[in-house]
Design a protein around this ligand. Structure first.
Ligand SMILES: Cc1cc2nc3c(=O)[nH]c(=O)nc-3n(C[C@H](O)[C@H](O)[C@H](O)COP(=O)(O)OP(=O)(O)OC[C@H]3O[C@@H](n4cnc5c(N)ncnc54)[C@H](O)[C@@H]3O)c2cc1C
Length: 381
């Protein structure tokens, strides 16, 4: 399946470097992917690879001038095929720090971004609350200005990296608007408990802010500008979920093809039975179309991430919906061997499912995509 997708030499080098890291992680990938707490060997492997530097701008130790959406997608494709834990730790470095790169002042950038780029600080983004999920404007976490300080109170739920992160980029109401705040993990009044375990283990926790006192400089950007920075973050990192979904599909299809070549029924390999071949062919079709849309969208996002939000949503919707179809077909082609706990294919089956929920659930993405479609068609573009 080795095809030339026309990547630049620089992007090819990213793929090679990521493959080296994935090979190093492969021996303990199953153990890591079964863990709901930070898996230290995986974290150390990422740290020593230096690849966290894909998540910060060059001025703060990054590999590209600005965070490059295609490089992030290619990395997540390679990582997710091997280990969702590796993929998640890597992705969170960007998801949690992108608002600092974009909206932080010089001292916030200098304090945190080089540490994130070296993977010496772990990042997290805290938006979701026990009540507020897709409807982020219904959050109740609030900041009050008290003299030269800010006082944060409220709760966040299902936050990736909670308990391991060094800081939480936190969405809160401020007056009638919404602002983002950089909350160090060791802030007094911040307590963290584990979230319920999900079907595909993930480092997740609940944050409680009990009158956490922050300096006025903890705000990221101007008061009331949170959603601008959150949408920019989503614009870049939604596409990268598509990249991860492509990696998952590739892994699942390799498992299925290998099985269907070696197992015979009715005197011929499974792959020679038309209905089984059709399941594989349809899966390859889903994979390649999602892959090309993902690469194209990521390249477009490099030029103007914010203008690209609906395209990013389209790529995420396409690739994650395809991933659940593909992995389900692959399980089917493998018969009872598709169902064995602890096998790669079973792992992919569980891991595909949450992708359609986080960073924009499919139904909510469709609303934005359809609105954009109508707007563009009415404008004749
Ligand atoms: C593995 C994992 C990691 C996560 N990590 C983070 C993190 O790091 N930081 C963070 O802030 N959050 C995180 N989350 C939370 C995630 O962002 C939310 O789960 C997501 O936003 C959906 O919110 P919800 O689960 O409350 O579902 P709800 O918003 O309750 O939605 C439930 C269902 O209703 C549909 N729906 C909702 N509104 C509409 C509508 N208007 N029209 C049509 N359908 C609608 C949804 O599509 C969905 O199918 C994570 C979640 C998971 C599973």
């Amino acid at each position: 399946m080795a095809l030339n997708y026309g990547h630049s030499a620089e992007h090819e080098r990213v793929i090679e470097d990521c493959r080296r890291l994935a090979e190093a992680v492969e021996p303990f990938a199953m153990e890591a992917d079964d863990s709901s707490v930070m898996h230290t060997p995986t974290l150390e492997a990422l740290r020593s690879s230096g690849l966290s530097n894909l998540m910060v701008p060059a001025a703060y130790g990054g590999r590209f001038d600005q965070v490059d959406p295609l490089a992030v997608c290619l990395a997540r494709e390679v990582f997710m095929k091997t280990s969702s834990h590796l993929d998640s730790v890597f992705a969170l470095q960007g998801i949690g720090s992108y608002a600092i790169s974009r909206a932080g002042n010089e001292s916030q950038k200098k304090e945190w971004l080089p540490l994130v780029g070296r993977c010496e600080a772990l990042a997290a983004l805290a938006l979701t609350e026990p009540i507020a999920g897709s409807d982020l404007k219904s959050i109740t976490t609030r900041v009050e200005v008290s003299g030269s300080e800010l006082v944060l109170s409220g709760a966040k739920s299902f936050i990736s990296n909670a308990g391991s992160a060094s800081f939480y980029t936190t969405l809160a109401k401020e007056g009638d608007g919404y602002s983002l705040f950089l909350v160090p993990a060791d802030s007094e009044g911040l307590t963290i408990t584990p979230s319920p375990e999900i079907i595909a283990p993930h480092v997740l926790g609940e944050l409680n802010f009990d009158n956490v006192v922050l300096p006025a400089q903890a705000r990221l950007g101007e008061p009331g500008t949170a959603f601008k920075h959150v949408l920019a973050t989503l614009s870049v990192f939604r596409i990268s979920v598509a990249g991860a979904a492509v990696g998952l599909m590739q892994g699942a299809l390799e498992e299925a093809v290998s099985h269907c070549q070696s197992r015979e029924q009715f005197g011929r390999p499974l792959v020679k039975h038309g209905p089984v071949a059709a399941l594989l062919a349809d899966s390859w079709s889903d994979l390649e179309s999602a892959r090309l849309l993902t690469y194209q969208t990521a390249a477009m996002a490099a030029e103007d991430p914010v203008a690209n939000l609906d395209r990013s949503s389209l790529a995420k919707l396409t690739a994650t919906e395809a991933a659940t179809r593909v992995v389900d077909r692959c399980v089917q082609t493998m018969g009872r061997w598709g169902l064995i706990r602890g096998s790669k294919i079973e792992k992919y089956y569980r891991q595909a499912r949450p992708m359609r929920v986080y960073e924009g659930a499919s139904e909510v993405l469709r609303l934005g995509i359809a609105a954009r479609l109508v707007r563009d068609m009415n404008n004749g573009s």
